[in-house]
Design a binder for this molecule. Structure first.
Ligand code: G6P
Length: 608
């Protein structure tokens, strides 16, 4: 979704802003713009479409400036047009502002501004905010920004600049992330570390309702009442190489291949084989309270919600604590019952998904203890939870989540053992489980050889309009995840179902035009799933099975078999998901789709 990058320092600003916008490109956007200040005036350039079309509007008149603000917009209010693109300016044209988030009361504010004789030209909520800042401006940008923001309902991450104060940037946040990068004689403000990392690893994270003022000598942070706030400088742990393609054709493909190494990092130092237990530093201070949990609610959106379904299964199985899984977006609006002893687990790659954040706040308001299972260090969800476990799988750039999903499942698998070992799980059973968990990276590595076979299968069915994915038990969430991956990036309609539900309706869809992917690794659902394969076959469906290596029986029933190495069924979802990621990837490539930036999707959904 929308991205912000701003710079003040000694270097020519335009190339830095453009480079920063390109680093944020993966988040999804539909227009871009920038503003620079020089010789007491602002120069703006904006364009609908890709960053390249903004670049085509740049000329030498922008050269030589060392301060500026840039933005990629993901349309919410108003179509993606040049005029709606950010930055927006105030009524004097002397103040420019970019904004992530949504100003909910923008209509009321527009009416107020109009009654004061100020006209709003675009359809955006952001322009209203720019005009409001202009309305309050009396020679001090930070004061005007504070005054304007005190009138605003909704969410914002903003960066503003004034021609009257050409050596100053003002930024603020509520609900939409912003960080300050502190370099050598230069500062960057961005909504995502990816835009900063090549310049500096030293950052401060703004909290909600904080205002940041940066000039050539330094920076200061205050709250909306101008009370100073002291911030700690933290280090970004990601490297530049991690956010570059490094020879791969797409980030999604790179991230699929990174999964073994990503999980090795995720597991590192956390499996204590001597004591047959899991060490999770982020949970240590709440462990006593946690094992008394009467109920665990797992929430997330999209892929994270699928990970939650697996987490539910594993926690119930190993720790015998009742769990339930909720879409964050549903939980936040339905007055959920949160009794004493309820623990909420928020699962989020980005740590910024607005619905997951709102669900977390709702649960905390009602007295629940909140844990985070998050990838982005320092993200809002990570900071607002009482305790948590980071995935440590490195930055994920492809919009379709792959390595973050296996990271989420792996962390939940560790949390299940962490809790289980403190209650029901015997040292011997835990020992065996952890030994298997430790092998998962190697097993996934072996699974990657299916890549070419997945490409061939995808080529055979890439023109089919509909696919079904079936699984039982722990493989049911993988059926959902396989279908979601295909939908997201290849735009083929796909549905994931519990295999037994098929006969209650979807079976009517089966025909020889319908590829049906069936998850049938060995385990205690195996015989039942074989029955489901027969049902599909006898109606002419085209069966693609994911099965355990050496299973010659299933091979007789299916048109295609993707054999994965044998692994305990509790952890098998981490392995069976891999060929489904590859199938989706190849189907999208073969159909000419933009794999890493699928249409209409955003990497982090920071607005409702
Ligand atoms: C978006 C992405 C999905 C992701 C979901 C949750 O919809 O396109 O890939 O699963 O958000 O994101 P989160 O960052 O909270 O895991």
């Amino acid at each position: 979704m929308c991205g912000i990058v701003a710079y003040i320092g000694k270097r020519d600003v335009t190339p830095i802003l453009i480079e920063g916008l390109k680093r944020l490109d993966y988040r999804g956007y539909d227009s871009a713009g920038l503003v620079i200040a020089r010789d007491g005036k602002l120069t703006l350039r904006k364009s609908a479409g890709r960053i390249a079309s903004l670049e085509s509007k740049l000329d030498h008149s922008l050269d030589g400036s060392t301060i500026g603000v840039a933005h990629t917009r993901w349309a919410t209010h108003g179509a993606p047009t040049d005029i709606n693109a950010h930055p927006h300016t105030d009524q004097s044209g002397r103040i420019a502002l970019v904004h992530n988030g949504i100003i909910e009361n923008y209509r009321t504010l527009t009416r107020y501004l109009e009654s004061e004789g100020v006209q709003v030209e675009s359809e955006t909520d952001t322009e209203v905010l720019a005009k409001l800042v202009g309305h309050f401006y009396e020679g001090c940008l930070e004061d005007a920004v504070r005054k304007a923001l005190r009138e605003v309902r909704g969410t914002f991450g903003i960066a503003a600049i004034s021609a009257e104060e050409p050596d100053k940037l003002v930024a603020a946040r509520r609900g939409s992330p912003l960080i300050l990068g502190i370099g050598k004689e230069e500062f960057l403000i961005a909504s995502d570390a990816a835009a900063i990392i090549q310049h500096t690893a030293n950052v401060i994270y703004l909290e909600d309702n904080e205002v940041l003022v940066v000039d050539r000598d330094g920076y200061k942070t205050t709250n909306l009442d101008a009370t100073p706030v002291t911030k700690e400088v933290e280090a970004i742990e990601w490297t530049l190489e991690q956010i570059e393609l490094g020879g791969f054709s797409h980030f999604m493909r790179k991230e699929i291949y990174e999964q073994p190494e990503a999980l090795r990092t995720c597991l590192r130092g956390r499996l204590d084989m001597d004591e047959a237990r899991v060490q999770l530093g982020g949970l240590a201070h709440v462990a006593r309270e946690l094992i008394k949990a009467k109920r665990i609610i797992l929430t997330g959106c999209g892929t994270a919600w699928h990970a939650a379904l697996i987490g539910e299964y594993l926690i119930e199985e190993l720790a015998r604590i009742p769990c339930e899984v909720e879409y964050s977006s549903e939980f936040r609006y339905r007055n959920p019952i949160v009794e004493d002893g309820t623990v909420l687990i928020s699962i989020s790659q980005s740590g910024e998904t607005i619905d997951t954040l709102a669900a977390l706040r709702e649960a905390k308001n009602k007295g629940a203890m909140a844990l985070g299972v998050v990838n982005s260090v320092g993200s809002t969800i990570a900071r607002e939870t009482d305790a948590g476990v980071y995935l440590h799988v490195g930055p994920e750039i492809g919009v379709a989540s792959t390595k973050a999903f296996v990271g989420q499942v792996t962390v939940l698998a560790m949390i299940a053992a962490f809790l289980g070992r403190r209650s029901h799980l015997s040292p011997a059973a835990c020992d065996q489980y952890l030994r298997t968990l430790a092998t998962v990276p190697d097993v996934i590595e072996k699974t990657l050889v299916l890549d070419e076979q997945c490409r061939e299968i995808a080529a055979e069915y890439a023109d089919a309009g509909n696919w079904l994915y079936l699984g039982r038990g722990l493989q049911y969430p993988i059926a959902l995840e396989g279908a979601l991956k295909l939908k997201e990036i290849s735009y083929i309609h796909a549905e994931g179902l519990p295999a037994a539900e098929m006969k209650h309706g979807p079976i009517a869809l089966i025909s020889e035009d319908m590829p049906v992917v069936i998850l049938a690794p060995r385990g205690h659902w195996y015989e039942k799933v074989i029955g489901n394969i027969e049902e599909v076959r006898s109606r002419g469906g085209r069966v693609i099975v994911v099965a355990t290596e050496g299973d010659t029986e299933v091979a007789k029933l299916a048109e295609h078999v993707l054999f994965v190495p044998e692994i305990d069924e509790l952890l098998a979802p981490l392995v069976t998901v891999v060929p489904l990621q590859m199938l989706a990837y190849h189907a999208a490539v073969l159909r000419g789709c933009d794999v890493d930036k699928p249409r209409n999707l955003a990497k982090a959904v920071t607005v409702e």
